[in-house]
Design a protein. Structure first.
Lengths: 97, 308
């Protein structure tokens, strides 16, 4: 979408309110909802991918070194990854100002 | 089906047909269920979705989380719309106007859209035997509008329209068993799944898509907001529901039942009900009553799946 969401007026919508761009919700950054952020201990991570599979916000990505970490643009800080990690290498850290 | 193995998570398809940026609550296991279903189905899919949480959070107007053709329709008719899509596409392919191709036609709805409002349209679509899949995301109340009871709300749960108090013990009727209703239509494939068992869920959805004819998949989706639990416990409560046999995972292929997951140790229902705010008010006696219901229902499924 060329324009940011807030600037689109009703005249610019497609007929029938059809959305023609796939997956455009990615421009809405849900990361601002977060009050806690997951921090991965890279040495402990066994690179299994369980956190990635269980993330409801699809915000876990595989880093270049092979371990998984949260994409903070979309992470809502639910803490499922920290809870489900089989080795417990993810801790939730409070967001500060 | 194999037991949960932590190492196979990396072998799962990395492509996502349901993207981030959706507005589900923190820890929404229903959004996770949608993501896993879309992973199992792949790109060649057409989705019709009823009003409900998943429709609201994935398509606030100028944006969409979907990467597949998706249509929103009113509460009652996602099964009707998707059966029309299926028939239309079949006719177009027969006349050579479209290249012949295997496409998954998927109707989706929450428990309100499936068990209450869309029941008639769904029953008709299953009876006509369209080559489609209907997926029900069951979070056990109308969570989107603020936790009103649905016919899928379990016995004893407190919701805003069945509040617990001096004169009421919460929901006083039992949960409608949608999977059994689907089985009664004699369709080739019915399954129950839970997003806490992702491999089992994806396996079942794949099997549903391979089955010619109508298929119905009922997915228990934990809702931290409505169940009054911590967001990080969403996956845990799905597992507890299955381990306590409140929600057994089974599939019915051409009328033949099979339990796909038997808990190694069946936990008392109390452990499942315990931490949830919506069951906080239950007395010992009511918990025993729920345990008796669960035992009877589970034994029925075990008996049916043990028959050869």
């Amino acid at each position: 979408m060329a324009k940011p969401m807030e600037q689109i007026t009703w005249q610019e919508l497609e007929i029938g309110a059809v959305v023609t761009e796939v997956g455009s919700a990615r421009q809405y950054h849900t990361g601002s909802w977060r009050s806690e952020r997951p921090v991965v201990n890279k040495d402990q991570c066994i690179k299994c991918g369980v956190c990635w599979l269980f993330c409801p916000d699809i915000s876990i990505v595989r880093a270049a070194e092979g371990h998984f970490e949260a994409d903070l643009t979309y992470c809502k800080g639910c803490g499922i990854c920290a809870k489900e990690c089989p080795v417990g290498c993810i801790t939730m850290v409070g967001e500060e100002e | 089906m194999d037991r949960f193995s932590v190492f196979s998570a990396r072998l799962v398809d990395k492509s996502e047909n349901f993207t981030s940026g959706h507005r589900a609550c923190q820890g929404c296991a229903e959004a996770l269920a949608v993501r896993l279903v879309m992973k199992a189905l792949g790109r060649d899919t057409i989705v019709a979705m009823s009003t409900g949480c998943m429709e609201i959070i994935s398509s606030p107007l100028p944006l969409t989380s979907w990467k597949v053709p998706w249509i929103h329709n009113a509460f009652e008719n996602s099964a009707a719309v998707i059966s029309g899509c299926e028939s239309g596409m079949k006719a177009m392919m027969r006349k050579g106007k479209l290249p012949a191709k295997k496409i998954n036609f998927v109707g989706m709805g929450g428990d309100g859209a499936t068990a209450d409002i869309g029941m008639g349209a769904l029953s008709g679509a299953l009876e006509r035997g369209h080559d489609m899949i209907y997926v029900c995301y069951d979070n056990e109340a109308y969570m989107n509008t603020g936790i009103q009871r649905s016919s899928s709300t379990p016995f004893g749960a407190s919701t805003t329209t069945s509040p617990a108090g001096k004169a009421s013990m919460g929901q006083h009727t039992r949960k409608k068993n949608m999977a059994q209703i689907a089985v009664a239509h004699n369709i080739p494939y019915v399954a129950t799944a839970c997003s806490s068992f992702p491999f089992d869920l994806m396996e079942k959805v794949k099997r549903a898509s391979e089955t010619p004819g109508a298929a119905y998949v009922h997915i228990l989706s934990v809702c931290p907001t409505g169940w009054r639990i911590q967001p990080h416990d969403a996956i845990k409560y799905g597992r507890l529901a299955v381990d306590a046999c409140v929600f057994p995972l089974y599939e019915v292929v051409n009328g033949k039942y099979s339990l796909t997951y038997r808990p190694q140790r069946i936990i008392p229902v109390k452990e499942y009900l315990g931490g949830q705010g919506r069951f906080r008010h239950l007395t010992e006696k009511q918990v025993e009553q729920i345990q008796a219901f669960v035992d009877t229902d589970y034994q029925k499924i075990v008996k049916l799946s043990d028959e050869v």
